[in-house]
Design a protein around this ligand. Structure first.
Ligand code: HPA
Length: 270
């Protein structure tokens, strides 16, 4: 793994000569974030050695390098999901690559189903913690100490300082935000009503099929992380029958300008 990561990093460094400080993973329907960047280079995933290739509708696959204000950023346009068939090591490979390109702070976005009754479709949730219920762990197997320790401290998976800054920005920009706990499942089915209830009982506010593995791997390498989720459907009796991928994409699109501005300002001001 170490050698593969370094090989990919060398290839990217040779092609772009760019050392980003911020990494951003763009979730469902949030891909237009790159419109806010002064783009310097775009590398399609299929041109990057050792990179998996994304297959899901609504996910474009490319690493986009550029600046926001005076900050250097690499954005993942399209991520890899466990339900697509990738192993958790493949899902998180790009996070390892980002780290050795120079990334110190990772911002992750996603779409999720809400189980907190204070949420509604379109709510923006700053992720303050997560519950990992995915069936495979990205750090399972022999640990390579060059990446990080065997037993990773997860007391602060999401940077408290970044959360405070993002909340300040949300007030300044007049964007309504919540904070909440994200529970990660494998998908690709949406949850049954009983499963949404379980998610709520377990203490989470929203549920999705991504983010948790990437955040674990970022924390393994001591990368500071920030996560934001758009509630695209509500997992309750009244709303469960309508949930579909189209609904998810449409709701994510509506919240997109606010999420974009929040992330952009966080990068500029943090
Ligand atoms: N469940 C799981 N993943 C999701 C959902 C959901 O309701 N909405 C968007 N991604």
């Amino acid at each position: 793994m170490w050698e593969k990561v370094q090989e990919t990093v060398s290839y990217i460094k040779n092609s772009t000569n760019f050392s980003p400080e911020y990494g951003v993973i763009l979730g469902s329907g949030l891909g237009s974030f790159t419109d806010d960047m002064q783009v310097a280079f775009t590398l399609p995933y299929d041109e990057i050695p050792n990179f998996p290739v994304s297959t899901v509708l609504g996910h474009k696959g490319a690493l986009v390098f550029g600046t926001i204000g005076d900050k250097k950023v690499v954005a993942m346009q399209g991520r890899f999901h466990f339900y697509e068939g990738y192993s958790m090591k493949e899902v998180t490979f790009p996070v390892r690559v980002m780290k050795y390109l120079g990334v110190e702070k990772l911002i992750v976005s996603n779409a999720s189903g809400g189980v907190n009754p204070n949420y509604k479709v379109g709510s923006i949730v700053i992720i303050k913690d997560h519950i990992n219920m995915a069936p495979e762990h990205p750090l399972r197997g022999k640990n390579d100490e060059r990446f990080g320790p065997r037993f990773v401290n997860m007391s602060e998976p999401y940077s408290r300082k970044m959360i405070v800054k993002a909340k300040e920005i949300a007030i300044d920009l007049n964007i309504e935000v919540h904070d909440g706990i994200y529970l990660g499942l494998q998908g690709p089915t949406f949850e049954t009503l009983a499963e949404y209830r379980m998610v709520k009982i377990l203490g989470a506010d929203c549920v999705g099929m991504s983010t948790v593995p990437e955040v674990i791997v970022a924390r393994h390498m001591d990368v500071e992380t920030f996560g934001v989720s758009v509630i695209t459907d509500m997992g309750d009796e009244e709303n469960i029958d309508t949930v579909s991928h189209d609904e998810v994409l449409e709701a994510a699109k509506k919240a997109e300008p606010n999420v974009r501005n929040l992330i952009k300002e966080l990068i500029v001001r943090y």
